[in-house]
Design a binder for this molecule. Structure first.
Ligand code: FES
Ligand code: FES
Length: 182
């Protein structure tokens, strides 16, 4: 007996689709099923596990990346929706920075500020916080405390109580201004 819709549901498979991304400046061609989230493709297919999954439901911000230069939660984006886009993750933030000089060699000034100003404890939220912070500083190079709090309102931290994160982001922004970065 034919199973009709049940049979279709039991046997149908959705073919992977080729997508083109520029990830941390490098071109990538990936075959992905249309159902897969961008955060899972970054972590599982490209081994970019710096981007975290805290909730998978757009609540915590641990998965924050930059998509075409703006901060987004990568668990809210299907990988196929990102086809043709530039993606930047925490792994690319310090890329190319000199190792062996300064207090925190090889770190971006925003990362170094989190270390110096106690902006992290367990560190699980930190990649997402830093990507949100860099998006903010790109728009507002000298953010006040309210701007910082608004920028990270979608990023949860279970450890720090947030004030040290706000101070870290402002210190990181100051260091970027001093360095002439943006
Ligand atoms: S894992 Fe994306 S918002 Fe929590
Ligand atoms: S440092 Fe632990 S969740 Fe933020």
């Amino acid at each position: 007996m034919s199973g009709g819709a049940e049979e279709i549901g039991a046997t149908a498979s959705i073919a992977p689709i080729a997508i083109h991304l520029t990830v941390n400046g490098s071109p990538e061609v990936l075959e992905v099923e249309p159902r897969r989230l961008l955060v899972d493709v970054l972590r599982e297919d490209l081994d970019l596990t710096g981007t975290k999954v805290g909730c998978d439901t757009s609540q915590c911000g641990a998965c924050t990346i930059h998509l075409d230069g703006r901060a987004v939660k990568a668990c809210t984006v299907l990988a196929v929706q990102a086809d043709g886009s530039s993606v930047d993750t925490i792994e690319g933030v310090a890329a190319g920075r000199p190792v062996g000089a300064g207090l925190e060699p090889g770190l971006h000034p925003m990362q170094a500020a989190f270390v110096e100003h106690h902006g992290l404890q367990c560190g699980f939220c930190t990649p997402g916080m830093i990507m949100a912070a860099l998006d903010l500083v790109g728009r507002s190079p000298e953010p006040d405390g309210d701007e910082v709090r608004a920028a990270i309102h979608g990023n949860f931290c279970r450890c720090t109580g947030y004030q040290s994160i706000v101070e870290s982001i402002q210190a990181g922004a100051a260091a970027m201004r001093a360095e002439g970065a943006s």
